[in-house]
Design a protein around this ligand. Structure first.
Ligand code: NAD
Ligand code: MG
Length: 400
């Protein structure tokens, strides 16, 4: 079914803006239902006017007055706050892009899935898949909503994964650029600044995912994301460093064939794929030029310098009733630690130490429902924040 109505959750972010670029490059007059953002009301209003959206929602209520004023006389509805965000996600749309960052995207994602009957929810927002993968996929099945992965690696796997040959899939090879510190020693990484960590060599992305790429937490989260999306055994998922970011991931079959998806390091390709699927549309983004390509290099991930990926496997290998709590804690501790690093409260290498401590000391709880997940996620965030405060005060005392 051709897509006619669309919504973008997280429209002002890096993926959100690329999504708008992709929509505008098509010869289709999409009806934009809802556009949402957290703080950037100016850009949101501009996008809503350009795309003639029905509704624009700002999550942070402090900006409601500004948004309302910017949209006055346009006929576009303005709304603010969490309830309004969820309501906007639930507006009927054939295709919804989930591009909020972090667990803040879980409730809107669930609302989009539940309304999506017969339609599609394209998911870039990986954190809800990591913390609540089973819940998200079951909701989609129940509602008859198609989930399409937009994370470039998972979109690549999706393109070369033959569902009818699932039992003959031997390995999923998730490629990783290695991030800005691929060649740094642990010593070099000890005093890197947020600004250095934000400078990704291949991809231009939001702050949180850029820091995740520097710690390799992004790949760690993607291992868990792949496990949920493709339902293979944890042992079948491998991570391979590929500095050029040309092969976005691969699937190896029992006959020895390895299918890879290639493309420029540009999110327009996976977004265009998800918008057109099963047809192929035109990307407004970059294309590969094989004549300019000298090498495709591959390296084994150095787990000593980048131990986050190993920790993701440890979480997935926990007994079934402990696994989900481990994944929630893994993700939530990281979100809090990344925020602390970006605010100069902790050092770069503390991010992993904090996640490790929280995963190992988390309370053991069975979490199943959406409420359980959100409550547990919140308690882990509080635990992580107090751990950071107590470690920092120990350090301050030691330095007196
Ligand atoms: P970003 O920070 O650039 O944008 C995030 C968007 O979410 C913004 O529109 C922001 O307003 C909104 N948002 C943030 N906090 C919110 C909150 N509390 N409530 C409501 N809205 C909120 O992030 P991004 O780089 O576009 O990444 C978005 C998601 O896609 C992340 O989960 C990321 O891991 C994933 N992803 C991004 C890329 C990429 O190239 N940027 C690639 C693959 C996957
Ligand atoms: Mg990715």
């Amino acid at each position: 079914m051709a897509v006619k109505t669309v919504s973008i959750l997280g429209a002002t972010g890096s993926v959100g803006q690329s999504t708008i670029k992709v929509l505008q490059a098509q010869n289709v007059d999409y009806q934009v239902q809802a556009l949402t953002a957290n703080n950037n009301w100016e850009l949101l209003a501009e996008q809503a006017i350009t795309l003639k959206a029905k509704r624009a929602v700002i999550a942070n209520e402090a900006h409601f007055g500004n948004l309302k004023q910017a949209l006055s006389g346009t006929g576009i509805e303005a709304a603010a706050g969490e309830a309004a965000l969820i309501e906007a996600a639930a507006m009927p749309a054939d295709w919804v892009m989930a591009a909020i960052v972090g667990m803040a995207g879980l409730k809107p994602l669930m609302a989009a899935i539940e309304q999506g009957q017969g339609g599609t929810v394209a998911i870039a927002n990986k954190e809800p898949l990591v913390a609540a993968g089973a819940l998200v996929l079951n909701a989609a099945k129940k509602a008859g909503t198609t989930i399409l992965p937009v994370d470039s690696e998972h979109n690549a796997i999706f393109q070369v994964f033959e569902p009818h040959n699932k039992k003959n899939v031997e390995r999923i090879i998730l490629t990783a650029s290695g991030g800005p510190f691929r060649n740094h020693s642990l010593g070099d990484m000890a005093d890197v600044t947020p600004e250095q960590a934000l400078a990704h060599p291949n991809w231009s992305m939001g702050d949180k995912i850029s820091i995740d790429s520097a710690t390799m937490m992004n790949k760690a989260l993607e291992v868990i994301e792949a496990q949920f999306l493709f339902g293979v055994d944890t042992e079948q998922i491998e991570v391979l460093v590929h500095p050029q970011s040309i092969i976005h991931s691969m699937v190896e079959y029992s006959d020895g064939s390895v299918l890879a998806q290639m493309g420029a390091a540009d999110m327009c390709t996976p977004i265009t794929n998800a918008l057109g699927y099963p047809a192929r549309l035109k990307t407004p983004g970059q294309k590969l030029d094989f004549k300019q390509m000298k090498h495709l290099d591959f390296e084994v991930l150095d787990e000593e310098r980048f131990p986050t990926v190993r920790l993701a496997y440890d979480c997935l290998k926990q007994e079934k009733d402990k696994r989900q709590a481990a994944c929630i804690a893994f993700n939530a501790a990281n979100e809090v630690a990344v925020d602390a690093f970006l605010n100069h409260k902790i050092a770069f290498l503390d991010i992993y130490k904090i996640i490790l401590y929280i995963v190992n000391h988390r309370p053991d709880e069975r979490v199943g429902s959406l409420e359980d997940i959100l409550t547990y996620d919140k308690s882990i965030r509080m635990m992580t924040e107090s751990y950071i405060v107590s470690e920092n005060s120990k350090k301050a005392k030691a330095s007196i």
